[in-house]
Design a protein. Structure first.
Length: 969
């Protein structure tokens, strides 16, 4: 993947699957690589429905993701976006999309949320990654991945100088550096939302071809996932760092000015907070020009990876050097070539157990009592609001300067802003701790209360060590062998969440300096955050203060509920709930569990939706949504025709039904779930069977709306060349399992004749040259017109009126010359297909043909067709049994391509004679008899068949359409 494509794709996908998803009026604004680029508009509700389907899917992770991506690329906006892409680019896009989808899979353990920690610097709430389950050390957070692209020297320079050209452009990119290759790589995807903390709880982790994150020490629910960007990312010795650890220790951006040494030498000096209070406003002013985080970020923005064992962490001290080594990477296999790693567009090699309740997940809770209590203050988005008296002390000198200048002092201003917007909590030591900052802060407090840094490092037996601030960066304790031996994939379950939540609920709400309770989220009990976009408060602040008597939910909990229909942080429906179709979010749904604020929010959303939709009421919307989900989630059973229903089968409306019906006896006899299945021969490349979710096939349950596809530039086919193997990237593997057509509506849903016509046209101009493709495409047409005589026969039997169908089953014009195609691709199938286009050759040598007339399946052999007495008038109702899934008579002619081709190559010397026979036959029927005969009602056929010597006259091809039951005739 090249840098340009990755940037473009990431901007688009993060917009769709982070910014827009369930955020309502409180967007999770993502920094774009190119914020000026216009993105195609997408229907947010459709997106949400798609993600909801992923959330409730019963499919294993990989298949669920495939399905979601498959569906995504059928969105008109996405098709438009991809129209200029070649197959490789589409595959890369799809893979990148799967990374974002993976965030939402029920087995996931993280969530993207707001953080106000850096608002004072950026004028906006940024994003962060929070744990939704307790994570044990050594756990690899597989869903936190990124895609990489090699940066050319020119691109590298371009990224670095972007800010020089326009300092407003904030390219908040992430770059991974390979020291061995001396190259940088762009690293985008969900992993890009991981913020830096000097006492990081995760590390970038390369495992084989994948780069993801590994947990270094226990992480509690709601705690932020943090990594270490390097010692020089935020200025020399990270002196402008605004992380929680720095805040807690009065270092980095919180350090007393002109005291860099202090900030970098003291590992955990709690006194530094008080020291910081001595920094004066004058000092802050002096510091201003130095601190320009945006510029620094723009220029640097580097996650660094060492690829050699002798990396020197001293490099990190050099501000101009981007090659800051990444902790923990030293012993990651050197042989892993970062070039290969840059091809990392695939899903993890190892997945979390599909059964989320499996024993592997049921590791004991790692929550300590203190950590449990920290849940209530867990969101890092609450940092700026939950200030303590300590923070107040720290930030007092900076209050005046905080609002105007992006200086280090302003980072303290972050806290001061919070203190001005929120009352100071009661200054009891315990409360100071609990209300001071975010959960990770609290977690670290609890950790330090329970163990020293060294103890923490050894807390995980024989696996990883936490890195204390002053530990040399080369300290790496996680060996690859250890990693391989450990079970890293298990995502610990959260058995104690309920208890923790209860505990939280029973606690007193945090209070401000005025002794009044701070407004908290009614779901997670966190102090409500203030969300800023472009320096404007878009959520919280004075408003939430006013409404603090009312119950409110924080944006994170609102979004979570919108996506999962579960209160934060739960994702998994209770056991057995999968069989219940989840209901759409509605005020009624939410009100019982939450507050009026949420009610209003959802109502507002519903209004917006209903104003767009003519169908009106919320109730209607909800019903509609439930219906959709029911249809899309439940396996599609084979359609059944009521045998006793005296109705004419309208092929126009239900073209797919008759064909399926004809197969029903077999599928019923063998498959309890009525899954249509291919009975014999090569497996169909595009079989309707893939619609069965239980078959776990590629396009399970995907409803493809060809009609919606206004963008016709992309042929209606699967957008990916191949599905991906479990551990393979899209388009790279499974070369032997090509399927096609899914992306365009091969789901088996009935197509309108218009669509059919369009597709016919497209088929003619189709760029697909592969016979496989062609075949798959033809298979798609089976629903309406299958080229095989057997199918025609069935269709013919279904149509009592025989008028509509007549047009469809006519042999192709004889003038069509398709020879060259046949020569170039002389497969029996092609031959047979093209043979249909040629003149009809009659063949009365029925003996050897009839020897081929074995039934298709043993079931057919055993089940004779319904007997119809001679001269019976067949009404529509009497025709129905023929169409219904009842046993069929054995076929006289086995319409395989091979047998057909045998006929086709009849000796030319016999031609005149046979043509004469044809004339004889046709003269007995009506005009245009050759057409009529195919589709005429069964009664007529039988009549005529009896009136002529079928043995000698019957044209071979028409014979193939007639079921001549020996018992009857
Ligand atoms: C890779 S991004 C992380 C996600 C980012 N918060 C966002 O919303 O896109 C890195 C950016 O996050 C912010 N950031 C992360 N950690 C920080 C820290 N410790 N101090 C200051 N800013 C930080 C900075 O704006 C930095 O440029």
């Amino acid at each position: 993947m090249n840098v340009h494509d990755l940037s473009r794709d990431d901007d688009f996908l993060s917009h769709l699957l982070v910014e827009k998803l369930g955020t309502g009026t409180v967007p999770l604004v993502v920094h774009k690589m190119d914020s000026s680029a216009k993105l195609p508009k997408t229907d947010t509700n459709e997106l949400m429905r798609l993600v909801r389907r992923l959330v409730i899917t019963k499919l294993p992770l990989q298949q669920g993701l495939r399905q979601a991506v498959d569906e995504l690329v059928t969105f008109p906006a996405i098709r438009y976006y991809l129209k200029s892409y070649n197959q490789k680019q589409i595959n890369a896009f799809a893979t990148h999309a799967s990374r974002y989808f993976e965030l939402y899979h029920p087995s996931g353990s993280i969530e993207i949320a707001h953080t106000s920690r850096y608002s004072s610097q950026t004028g906006k709430s940024e994003l962060c990654v929070l744990a939704t389950r307790p994570l044990a050390p050594g756990t690899v957070i597989t869903e936190l991945k990124g895609s990489m692209a090699n940066l050319t020297d020119e691109e590298d320079k371009e990224l670095k100088r972007a800010h020089v050209v326009n300092s407003d452009i904030r390219r908040d990119f992430s770059v991974i550096h390979s020291k061995s290759m001396k190259k940088n790589h762009l690293f985008l995807g969900p992993a890009r939302f991981v913020n830096h903390d000097c006492d990081n709880n995760c590390e970038l982790f390369r495992e084989g071809r994948y780069i993801t994150f590994r947990v270094l020490r226990p992480i509690a629910i709601g705690e932020e996932i943090t990594a270490h960007y390097g010692d020089g990312y935020f200025g020399k010795k990270n002196r402008h760092c605004l992380c929680e650890t720095c805040e807690k220790n009065g270092r980095g951006g919180y350090a007393p000015l002109d005291d860099d040494d202090v900030s970098s030498s003291s590992s955990s000096d709690s006194d530094s907070d008080s020291e910081s209070s001595s920094s004066s406003e004058a000092e802050s002013e002096e510091e201003k020009p130095v601190l320009n985080l945006n510029e620094r970020r723009t220029r640097r923005g580097v996650y660094a990876i060492t690829a050699t064992k002798d990396d020197d962490s001293d490099d990190s001290e050099n501000e101009e050097d981007n090659t800051v080594p990444l902790v923990g990477t030293k012993d990651i296999p050197i042989e892993v070539d970062i070039d290969n790693a840059s091809e990392l567009t695939s899903l993890p090699t190892s997945n979390p157990p599909s059964d989320i309740n499996s024993p592997a997940r049921s590791t004991p809770s790692i929550l300590t009592p203190l950590q449990s209590s920290s849940i209530s203050r867990s969101s890092s988005s609450l940092t700026s609001l939950s200030s303590s008296s300590e923070d107040l002390k720290l930030s007092e000198p900076d209050i005046l300067s905080a609002s105007s200048n992006p200086t280090r002092s302003q980072s303290k201003g972050s806290a001061s802003r919070a203190t001005t917007s929120q009352p100071t909590p009661t200054p009891t030591p315990s409360l100071r701790r609990s209300t001071r900052t975010s959960s990770s802060h609290l977690a670290s407090i609890s950790r330090s209360a329970s163990a020293s840094a060294k103890d923490r490092a050894n807390a995980t037996p024989g696996t990883s060590t936490g890195r204390s601030r002053n530990t040399p960066r080369t300290e790496v304790s996680v060996k690859k062998e250890d990693v391989d031996q450990r079970v890293l994939r298990a995502r610990p379950s959260m058995p104690n969440v309920a208890e923790a939540a209860k505990e939280v609920a029973s606690k007193e709400p945090p209070k401000g300096a005025d002794g009044k309770a701070l407004p908290t989220c009614s779901t997670c009990s966190n102090v409500l955050p203030v969300i800023l976009v472009d320096s404007k408060v878009v959520w919280g602040g004075p408003e939430s203060k006013k409404n603090k008597k009312k119950k409110q939910d924080c944006p994170r909990c609102i979004r979570h509920f919108a996506i999962y229909q579960q209160t934060w942080p739960s994702r998994n429906p209770p056991a057995g709930a999968f069989s219940i179709v989840p209901r759409a979010a509605s005020p009624a749904d939410y009100a019982s569990k939450s507050s009026k604020k949420v009610l209003k929010y959802l109502q507002k959303q519903a209004e917006v939706t209903s104003s767009k939709s003519p169908s009106g009421s919320l109730r209607h919307q909800q019903k509609k949504r439930v219906r959709e989900e029911t249809v899309e989630e439940s396996p599609r059973p084979a359609k059944k025709v009521k045998v006793d229903q005296p109705a004419t089968v309208k092929l126009k409306q239900t073209p797919a039904t008759p064909v399926k019906q004809s197969k029903a006896p077999q599928s019923q006899s063998s498959s309890p779930d009525d899954t249509p299945r291919r009975k014999r021969g090569r497996p169909r490349l595009s079989s309707p069977a893939r619609q069965d979710p239980k078959s776990n096939a590629w396009s399970d349950g995907v409803v493809v709306k060809v009609e919606d596809a206004e963008v016709t530039e992309i042929p209606p086919k699967r957008l990916f060349s191949q599905p991906r193997a479990l551990n393979g990237r899209f388009g790279k593997k499974d070369k032997g399992q090509r399927r096609s057509g899914d992306g365009s509506g091969s789901s088996g849903s009935p197509r309108s004749p218009r669509v059919k016509r369009e597709r016919d046209n497209e088929a003619d101009s189709s760029p697909w040259t592969s016979p496989r493709r062609k075949r798959a495409y033809d298979d798609d047409e089976i629903q309406i017109l299958d080229p095989s005589p057997r199918k025609r026969q069935v269709v013919s039997r279904m149509d009592g009126n025989a008028t509509k169908l007549r047009q469809r089953v006519m042999p192709r014009p004889t003038s069509t010359f398709r020879g060259p195609k046949l020569v170039s691709n002389p497969s029996p199938l092609n031959f047979a297909l093209h043979a249909w286009a040629g003149p009809v050759i009659l063949d009365d040598s029925s003996e050897d043909e009839d020897s081929n007339t074995s039934p298709e399946t043993p079931e057919e052999l055993q089940s004779p067709g319904p007997e119809i007495a001679e001269g019976d008038e067949l009404s529509a109702s009497s025709l129905l049994p023929l169409a219904a899934p009842v046993p069929r008579a054995p076929l006289i002619y086995k319409p395989t391509p091979f047998t057909f081709s045998k006929r086709r190559w009849v000796s030319l010397s016999q031609l005149p004679e046979r043509l004469a026979s044809t004339e004889t036959v046709l003269s007995k029927g009506t005009e245009d008899e050759d057409v009529e005969e195919i589709s005429e009602p069964h009664s007529m056929r039988r009549e005529r068949t009896n009136s002529m010597n079928a043995q000698s006259y019957s044209p071979r091809w028409s014979k193939s359409f007639l079921t001549i039951n020996p018992d009857v005739s």
